[in-house]
Design a protein around this ligand. Structure first.
Ligand SMILES: [Zn+2]
Length: 354
């Protein structure tokens, strides 16, 4: 098993879950002991990976069912050195975790690290699973996220999911089971994870140093993990309060320099909320009193289609600054100048972006 940097998440040395809201889902998943293939899923990031790690650690822990964090098995898993525990993630994630170095042959010169789970990775995991397990507790394989399995990789996995060799148990993570191959979906037991309530999420975010949690949490669809990422990227409560009106005026300043997938995601959420308002519904990601005036639904739909086209091709070598500018300018066209002016008079004065 590869050594190097330890697992970044899961259960600490004290045996405590790093994400406290996973306690009940962990208890629930542990009771599904007869199942040899589980899919842990939620519509947003609530810690699917962390739960997969905690659950499999519990399976191999010498003081199971709860992972103790201290026994030899727990320590080995944390160090990614347990021979019966395997974690498979896309290369881009391995690079981010420090499990893969820049000079690894899998990163051919100049090629971007893959964001997919490659068929070679799945085949290697299957070969690993067919060797006899070192301990009586069997083997545990984590595949994260299942949404990243490309077609070939998903197909390669089917037989193993149906008849796992020996005492292998598999945990997959995901956001939308409906997007997985039906043949794969039918071979796993689904466990839907709840989104933590606002109070739990807010407390956790405050412990992570996020003083104003409401806006990031809303913009992240209730995911505390995603909210923390947003704030880490400089998209904090203040930026989020001003963003919809800025965009309606064609002002891209607070989005410049952000990753394209992030920009597209935020603009799609503004489009979503504006469309909701134009049919009399309540915005979901932004505060209603921070939205620009109502825009025609047809223009918003057109803007949304453009954003979705870009989202599908976000690996393309776009000129990032020009693209952000164009997407915001096209968005601003949805709001006639009079609507933008009205929004400006409601008292949310914006600082000049310089
Ligand atoms: Zn243990």
């Amino acid at each position: 098993m590869a050594g190097g940097e330890p697992l970044p998440v899961g259960v600490g040395e004290d045996g405590r879950l790093q994400l406290p809201w996973l306690r009940a889902p962990l208890d629930h998943a542990q009771r599904l002991s007869s199942s040899h293939a589980l899919l842990l899923h939620a519509g947003v990031a609530v810690g699917q990976f962390e739960l997969a790690l905690a659950l499999t650690q519990g399976w191999l822990c010498e003081r199971d069912p709860a992972p103790c964090g201290q026994c030899t098995a727990c320590r080995r898993i944390r160090q990614r050195a347990h021979p019966d525990h395997k974690v498979v993630v896309p290369d881009a994630m391995r690079l981010a975790y420090g499990w893969l170095t820049e000079d690894d042959p899998v990163l051919r010169a100049g090629a971007k690290p893959s964001r997919e789970l490659r068929v070679e990775q799945v085949r290697e995991a299957i070969e690993w699973s067919q060797r006899s397990a070192g301990s009586a507790r069997g083997r545990a394989l984590v595949l994260h996220p299942a949404d990243a399995l490309n077609h070939a990789a998903a197909n390669a996995l089917l037989k193993t999911l149906e008849e796992p060799p020996g005492s292998l148990r598999i945990v997959l993570t995901g956001t939308d089971p409906e997007r997985l191959l039906p043949t794969l979906r039918s071979r796993v037991q689904r466990v839907r994870l709840p989104v933590p309530d606002a109070a739990t999420a807010t407390t956790w975010l405050q412990q992570q140093g996020v003083a104003e949690a409401a806006e990031p949490l809303a913009a992240a669809g209730g995911s505390p993990i995603e909210a923390l990422t947003l704030v880490g990227e400089g998209i904090d409560a203040q930026v989020l309060r001003e963003l919809p009106i800025r965009v309606s005026r064609g002002d891209a300043a607070s989005l410049n320099g952000k990753p394209i997938p992030r920009v597209v995601d935020l603009l799609l959420k503004i489009a979503h909320d504006a469309m909701a308002q134009s049919v009399g519904a309540t915005p979901h990601y932004f505060s209603a009193d921070r939205m620009p005036g109502v825009a025609p639904l047809a223009s918003l739909q057109q803007w949304r289609q453009e954003l979705l086209r870009v989202a599908r091709h976000d690996d393309h070598p776009w000129n990032a600054a020009l693209l952000v500018e164009a997407l915001v300018t096209n968005g601003a066209r949805c709001w006639p100048p009079s609507a933008a002016r009205r929004a400006g008079r409601t008292g949310h004065s914006l600082h000049s972006a310089g």
